[in-house]
Design a protein around this ligand. Structure first.
Ligand code: COA
Length: 717
């Protein structure tokens, strides 16, 4: 490595944000040209470092000496902006490496995004970066901008939008144009942006490297991202864990929700796990806030700036319009906030401020009577601010022309200062007069968030509330049950070796090594033996022909259930063997499994699928039609923490079935959590050997739980 630096992860990324000198290859006086824009912007913003235009066609560009090539520059160069056609890029980069340049930003398109040839050229860039230690951003990117020190290494005109708001937000985007638009919209809405990075094709540096780096930036308190797909799931995980630890929210707009490109999978879990479900699960697990629209990110950033606690999620709505109040209440409840009825002392206080025909229940309707009577809304807001028991957040939709009342605007401020609760003003329009603008400014300067789009604001409040709960909880790495002893672990490794698939019996032997409880059962190799085993187990029993080559046993007719006598067992023994032979004549049949019948429990499924980005992902759901027809399942990435396991159970729509319904006792939740954690341990320890796993069904009993059937797919070699 010629530049002497380590060149992976965040190493050397600081040179993109704080370069002491910048050269622009393909520099131009023409501000309309891609190579002309950054030069003009650097000068206009007052970049304090040295600027070196590079272009063999000129002696001078923008009043600065222009050099024919990087190698002609007499000084050291920290960062180079490459704005030349793709065919010329590699040679320029080689010169950069020779010169000892630390960081190169490549705007040029025509690489990995255009097919195999471009991909091969991009690979050469990656190799050069790895060998030289020079970090590369792009190719095919909009570049980078660091507002604090006027590093305008970009040609996106949206990034020239200025703001006086305190800087909080850094943006990292896999789409330059989309990301630049996010930047512009956030800036115009009053969110101060610290930096913008368009990662392009990620030949060297990638999305997660920048997120990781920016988390250490004191001017970045919140990070927004646009992501099409993470290159390295483990890296994104590390960055997300760091974000949660530092309590800097990471908001990502992840596109591609459709199930396009579903992967071939033989297990049930595999077929239920679309790439988007896995991303969704990963985000929830890691405390990444998934946003659906850039405006949600802006609203979140505005709310987050007030530093107040939204985590309780109980909202009071104060409106001058009954209809709007109800609509907002509906929206709040839809997104997971609650709008509790207000009772007792606070209700009495509210009613003293309300007209006789108003409503103090929540949403609180002041009616048009509040117009010109600031004491009405202010009395209500005060009562809610003082309510310590039921309300966490106050939303006001002031249809009472607060912007025309200096007194009321001042009251908002005074009330806000008197409480620690968030108070959010939902405005209908931007101020339409100087007078109104002064009221907005007064309220905003006190720190009160003013938002315009009620629906997006409500989503943002719900997400901030969720995020704050998640951040408080942190990621406690409490994976529960201990790993098995090294000898059992080695035995499992041995069982998973080789290509031949495991039968149900084989899978269960393996599960037992990890302390996962399975049905009482034994393998019979004759009808007499089956009868003897059945008597020992106690009737009724189930019989299942065992072969690693017959994975779909019901379809093959090799299962017989509820056998209640010796005679039934003898008959079933013959039948399942005959069916096995006709279904798969070549299959090696190990014998017939004689198994206890498990009753009185709730059937669930626990599965594992291997995600190409994040590795083993664990699925949980209720069995039977819930999983088949409703896809009522939850996912998390292994290894699970206890909190992850709890969340997986609580997330499914049918969770009440586990709590005991219609006179049934509740299922043993702790036993279920224990199994989820043991499965997580198993697939984490043997991630290189297990591709898929299904415990289906796993029956959760009032006390304990048992795996009734299991399938483990060894890693295809
Ligand atoms: N060293 C220095 N200057 C060089 C050079 C070299 N090796 N090779 C070419 N140049 C100069 C040219 O003389 C030209 O100068 P001029 O502006 O005075 O004419 C300048 O570099 C640019 O070259 P040109 O051929 O005019 O290219 P261009 O400006 O039309 O396009 C790109 C260059 C990089 C903008 C274009 O190839 C491209 O990739 N565009 C798409 C960019 C994009 O959208 N990226 C982000 C997607 S998210």
């Amino acid at each position: 490595m010629r530049n002497g630096a380590s060149n992976t992860g965040t190493a050397g990324i600081e040179y993109f944000f704080n370069p002491r000198s910048i050269a622009i290859v393909g520099a131009s006086d023409d501000k309309k040209k891609v190579g002309g824009r950054p030069l003009a912007a650097l000068i206009e913003r007052g970049y304090a470092g040295k600027i070196f235009p590079i272009n063999p066609r000129y002696e001078e560009v923008a009043g600065k000496r222009c050099y024919p090539s990087i190698l002609d520059v007499p000084d050291d160069i920290d960062m180079v902006i490459v704005s030349v056609p793709a065919a010329a890029v590699l040679e320029v980069l080689e010169q950069c490496a020779t010169k000892g340049v630390r960081a190169a930003v490549i705007f040029s398109s025509g690489f990995g995004e255009v097919g195999a040839e471009g991909e091969a050229e991009q690979e050469k860039i990656r190799k050069l970066a790895r060998e030289s230690g020079m970090r590369v951003l792009g190719p095919n990117c909009f570049g980078i901008m660091h507002v604090s020190n006027a590093v305008m290494a970009t040609f996106a005109h949206e990034l020239e939008t200025k703001s006086d708001s305190p800087r909080t937000l850094s943006l990292v985007a896999q789409s330059g144009a989309f990301g630049a638009r996010m930047f512009e919209d956030a800036t115009k809405a009053g969110v101060g942006c610290t930096s913008f990075t368009s990662v392009g094709n990620e030949a060297d540096t990638e999305f997660s490297d920048f997120v990781d780096y920016l988390l250490d930036d004191p001017d970045t308190t919140i990070i927004g991202g646009y992501l099409e797909g993470a290159k390295d799931g483990a890296k994104l995980k590390r960055a997300a864990e760091k974000a949660l630890r530092l309590q800097k929210p990471l908001l990502i707009m992840k596109v591609g929700r459709t199930r396009a490109g579903s992967r071939a999978a033989s297990s049930h879990t595999g077929s239920l796990a679309g790439a988007d479900e896995i991303y969704d699960a990963f985000f929830r697990q890691m405390g990444i806030v998934r946003i659906e629209h850039p405006d949600e990110m802006t609203a979140f950033a505005i709310l987050h700036r007030d530093g107040r606690d939204y985590s309780g999620g109980r909202v009071a709505i104060v409106s001058g319009s009954g209809g709007h109040g109800v609509m907002l209440a509906d929206k709040c409840e839809t997104v997971g906030l609650s709008v509790p009825e207000i009772r007792g002392h606070t209700r009495a206080k509210l009613e003293r401020s309300l007209p006789a025909f108003g409503s103090g229940k929540n949403p609180i309707d002041l009616t048009a009577a509040a117009n010109g009577k600031p004491e009405m809304p202010s009395g209500c807001l005060r009562a809610l601010a003082e309510d310590e028991d039921n309300i966490d957040v106050i939303l006001t939709m002031p249809f009472f022309q607060w912007e025309r009342s200096k007194e009321l605007a001042q009251e908002f401020v005074d009330i806000y200062r008197s409480t620690n609760k968030p108070l959010v003003v939902m405005a209908h329009d931007r101020p339409d007069s100087d007078e109104a603008a002064a009221r907005f400014a007064l309220v905003q300067s006190a720190g009160i968030p003013i938002l315009y789009d009620q629906f997006q604001a409500t989503e943002a409040i719900a997400k901030l509330s969720w995020y704050q709960r998640k951040a408080r909880q942190g990621r406690v790495v409490d994976t529960g049950p201990k790993a098995p002893d090294p000898a059992s672990c080695a035995e499992v490794r041995e069982m998973l070796r080789g290509g031949e698939p495991l039968s149900e019996f084989g899978c269960k032997q393996l599960l037992k090594k990890y302390g996962i409880p399975v049905t009482r059962e034994a393998l019979a190799t004759s009808a007499d033996m089956a009868v003897e085993l059945s008597r020992n187990l106690g009737y009724p029993v189930a019989l299942k022909a065992q072969s690693g080559q017959i994975l779909h046993k019901t379809e093959a007719g090799v299962i017989k259930l509820n056998l209640a006598s010796d005679q039934e067992v003898r008959r079933a023994y013959k039948e399942v063997l005959a069916n096995a032979r006709s279904y798969a004549p070549q299959a090696h049949v190990e014998g017939v499994l004689v198994q206890e019948m498990v009753r009185d429990g709730v059937e669930v499924i626990v599965g594992v699928t291997k995600d190409p980005v994040f590795g083993p992902a664990i699925m949980f759901g209720l069995g039977g039609i819930f999983v088949e027809a409703l896809r009522d399942v939850s996912f998390r990435i292994a290894p699970l923490t206890r909190a992850d396991a709890e969340e997986m159970i609580d997330e499914i729509r049918g969770r009440r079935v586990l709590e005991g319904m219609r006179g049934k006792p509740p299922a043993d939740r702790d036993a279920l959590i224990d199994i989820l954690l043991r499965v997580s341990q198993l697939v984490t320890d043997h991630r290189d050997q297990i591709d898929e796993l299904d415990l289906n069904p796993l029956v959760v009993l009032p006390k304990g739980a048992k795996v009734v059937d299991a399938l483990i797919t060894k890693r295809a070699r």
